[in-house]
Design a protein. Sequence first.
Length: 109
Amino acid sequence: MIHPEHNQAQSLSSEAALLKAAGHTKRAAELYRVAAEHERIALAAVPPDQLRWMGVLAVSLAALEFKGGNLEAAAETCLRYLGRTDLPDFARAQLEEILRAASTPSTVS
């Protein structure tokens, strides 16, 4: 079952993407940061045995933090979940990519 906070994060992220495309980058970044908080709640609710879902939400959280301009939080999220030995390979690869991007501030989009 999809957590309602994840649904809220997706909705806010979609709105932020539209705002960014329209040139409202500051407001878009704010919405991405709010979406990240919702995603953080959804991720915390994932049972430890649902590793694929955990990986999906960890990647989503890190990406939202990155898009919101919170590079430190994005890097911390990446490192926290990359430290898990049971993380699915797809999530590990995407978190490594976000971590590299977060280490290069000029790549924030």
